[in-house]
Structures are given as C-alpha cells and as structure tokens.
Design a protein around this ligand. Structure first.
Ligand code: C5P
Length: 459
C-alpha cells in the first residue's frame, strides 16, 4: 500500500476542506516531480492567495470616536479576500458615514430595522446569518449591555440576538465605563454566552483620561478575525500533519559573556510556524534566541547553539514536513572558556580564534534516512547569483524545495521578503510581499502538495 494512502484516513477531514478550497487552483497544473521517498509531490500554480479567501464577516459599527478604525479593518481584511457586510448603528453614523463604509466594503450598508426596502432585499434574520463571523467594532458599553441582556430594539441588537454565527466584540469606551461593575458583569455574561470579547488597549483616551478602553489597532483586530475564521486549532487542510521548523539565529559561546551570532530576527520562521498552525498542522518550532512571541497553537523548544538545535530537531522527529529557516552559525569556537577571557594588555599583536564547523542540520534531515520527513525545505540567504547557489544547495543538502532570497538589502530583520521557490522542476519568482504573506503562500503550497499526493494515491 502506498505510504500516502496509509495516512489518508487520519487526514481525510482536512483534505476535504482543501479540496473544496483549491478546486479553482487545481485546474492550472504546471509540473510534477518525484522526491526520493517515492511520494509524488507536485507543484502547481495556485491563483488563490489566502486560505480565508471568500470568507465574509458581518461588521456592526457602533458609535465611538474610534469608529474610523473600522474602515481600516475592512481594508486589511479585503487584502486577504475576506469580505465585509456592514450594519451601522445610529450612534455609529455620527462618527463614520455609510458612504465611506459602503465604498470600502463594496456593498450596501444596513442601518434600519424597519426598512421596507432593506427587508425586501434581505430580511434582518437572513442578514444576521449571511456571514461566517459577526464582528462588533467598535463595541460600545450600550451595545454590549443590550447583547448581554438579549435586548433587540434596533437592527444591530436584533442581528446579534438572531445570529447563529460566532461573535467577536471589540470594545472601546472611557476607562471608568470599562471598569464599571455593570460593564464587567455584561462582559462576563457575554463571554459565558460564547462571545469572544477582546481586551481593549491601555493608553491615553480621546476624553483626556488614561487607562484601559482604547480600541485595539486594526492589525490586532484583523488577526483575531483571521484566527476565528480559521476555526479551532487542529482544523484545516494540514490537520494531522506534523511540521518541524527551525528559526532565528544560533549563539555560539566563546566564554560565559560572549558569543558568535548573526542578525537573523526569526520573523520569517515564526511566520511560517504560525501559517502552518493556522492550516491545522501540529507545529514544533525549534528556535534560537529572538524577541518574538511564540505564535498561538505552536509548541516551541528554545535553544541557543547549533548543536542544541540539532538535538532538539532530532528529538522532535518523526514529522511530515521539515523547514530549516534558522540562520545556523556555520562555526563555533573550538573551546568555550569557563571564565571570562581577559585582555592581554597589548602583549600580543593578534589573537587567534580557533573555530570548528557546526553540524548541518538541514543536510542531516534531508539525507536518505528511515525517518526522513516527506517534504524537506531549506532556505538560502544569498548576496549574489541567488538561483544558481540555491540550486546547488538543493542538491547538496538533499532538500525537496529551497526558498531563496537576496539578503544584500534589508531583508534580515525587515518586514518584507522577495523569494524564489526553487525545486527540481523549476524556479518560481514570487513578488515582494510581507513575511506573513510569504509564509501563508508557502503553507498553502505545502497543503496543496499533500492534498495532491493524497488525491493521486486515491486515484
Ligand atoms: O549553507 P547555508 O547556511 O546557506 O544553508 C541555509 C539552509 O541550511 C537553511 O535552511 C538553514 O536553516 C540550513 N542550515 C542548517 N544547519 C547549518 C547551516 C544551515 O540547517 N549548520
């Protein structure tokens, strides 16, 4: 029996979802190739940019000085193909116009409960269920109080009572109002009813006071929306697949206070771990020292040196996917001094530092071995002749794919990346985009590859 067919049952749920999501992309087959493990993995041109493409939210815009941020939220979500249909409350319309909301959402803005024309087009019950998620932003103290008590005396509160979809509330109000016992009671009641209520930001307020009650920044709200739309951890097209990602730099100590390292921030590796987890994979992130928070739903193993990183990776096997994103230091000091090394006061002209080579983690995982992951992906940071070097690395390290980039600019530590995907079948040049977008595109490509191999095995 084919190895893929043997795994099919365990992964069927995720596969069905992906099959639906990628039906459009499946029509544009480019090429196919075999990896050394007799599993046929193919590369295709997937026109769909994001896995949440096509999802919709119902956005209820309440009255608050920060209502303008809902415009930015609509824009951020639209970039990922997530649509918004808007209900604007009477108070909300004092701060933001239906014209702005309608222009950005590309849809009608609903305002009245007793509107004959709206009811004829779409009844308020239907409206409350027309999206995958209801988002109240800004959620005022009044809107939350109504929802917590089941009141339904306008379109927004009626939609909240009638919906059968998950609800996200993004509160904003004066700090005293947020800390009032009545608001606390209402928030607790909403959470007990299954509503997700975000914590407001702390800071200076429009009214001149300081404290908790500011509307979170649209990026944070968009992230929460994406998390809720993606569904609970362990769901998605990569459910049942295990991935190991290395990220960040390594530190190779000279003595207790000094080390050799590099400028890697870990951003790209963390973003890939996050993207794979969002698609349902069970992700183990083996990370060198970074300043970044561990993404939700990802299990992290923190290490310092290359040798520790290799041990942690090997201890995490078996896995279906290995991605070496870490900037592993090529050398380490031959000895590590027990005490702090001292200056010789000019007694010596030159001080020699003896180095030894570190283990090549990617090469050892890519080599033919019993527990070789089915997909081994390396990164190649180059300063010239990127494709040629990447192709050499693909062969030398036994990888299936290499993601190559030119780091002569501001890539290391920066927010964007411009990469080539190099495989045995050919090279694709991806446009410059944010590291999170590169990560999601790669994760979706991986999901499509496993889905295709499953489909081929079943045929
Ligand atoms: O040889 P180079 O450092 O350019 O190779 C980069 C790729 O190899 C990256 O995927 C990196 O994570 C991996 N690598 C490794 N162990 C090393 C050196 C690099 O896993 N010692």
């Amino acid at each position: 029996m084919c190895a893929v067919a043997g795994c099919a049952k365990r992964r069927r749920a995720g596969g069905q979802l992906l099959t639906r999501l990628l039906s459009r992309a499946r029509q544009s087959h480019q090429s196919a190739w075999c990896n050394p493990d007799q599993v046929s993995l193919s590369i295709k041109d997937h026109s769909r940019r994001h896995v949440l493409d096509g999802k919709r939210i119902l956005l209820i815009v309440g009255g608050g000085i920060a209502a303008y941020k809902s415009l930015e939220l609509i824009r951020l979500l639209a970039r990922e193909g997530i649509g918004a249909r808007v209900i604007l409350t009477r108070a909300g319309a004092e701060f933001v116009t239906p014209l702005s909301l309608g222009s950005l959402s590309g849809d009608k803005v609903y305002q009245e409960l007793f509107s004959l024309t709206d009811e004829a087009e779409m009844g308020h019950i239907e409206l409350s269920r027309s999206a995958d998620l209801v988002v109240v932003c800004p959620a005022t103290a009044d809107l939350m109080a109504k929802a917590a008590n089941g009141l339904a005396n306008d379109l927004a509160s009626t939609a909240l009572l009638a919906t059968d979809k998950p609800v996200l509330m993004v509160p904003t109000m004066n700090v005293r109002m947020w800390e009032h016992a009545a608001t606390k009671r209402n928030v607790a009641q909403l959470r007990a009813d299954g509503v997700t209520v975000m914590e407001p930001d702390v800071g200076p307020m429009a009214c001149g006071e300081f404290g908790a009650g500011r509307l979170p920044e649209p990026e944070r709200i968009a992230k929460e929306v994406r998390r809720m739309l993606a569904g609970p951890k362990g769901h998605g097209p990569l459910a049942g697949f295990r991935a190991i990602i290395t990220a960040g730099p390594t530190r190779e100590p000279l003595d207790p206070v000094r080390f050799i390292s590099n400028h890697s921030s870990g951003k790209q590796g963390y973003a890939i771990a996050d993207a794979l987890a969002r698609l349902g994979a069970d992700v183990r992130l083996v990370t060198g020292p970074t300043q970044l928070p561990i993404p939700d739903g990802v299990t992290a193993l923190r290490v310092e040196t290359a040798v520790e990183m290799q041990d942690a990776v090997k201890a995490s096997l078996p896995a279906d996917i290995f991605i070496g994103v870490a900037a592993v230091a090529d050398w380490r000091p031959a000895t590590r001094a027990q005490g702090k090394l001292k200056l010789k006061g000019g007694a010596e002209d030159k001080v020699a530092l003896q180095l030894v080579e570190n283990p090549d983690i990617l090469k050892s995982i890519g080599a033919k071995r019993k527990d070789r992951p089915r997909l081994v992906i390396g990164f190649a940071a180059e300063t010239s002749d990127v494709e040629r070097h990447a192709r050499g690395k693909l062969a030398r390290k036994g990888c299936d794919w290499i993601v190559a980039n030119d780091v002569s600019g501001d890539v290391m530590g920066g927010a964007d990346n411009e990469v080539l995907l190099v495989t045995k079948a050919g090279t694709e040049r991806w446009p410059r985009m944010g590291k999170a977008e590169v990560a999601m595109k790669l994760a979706e490509r991986i999901a499509a590859t496993f889905d295709d191999s499953r489909t081929n095995a079943a045929e």
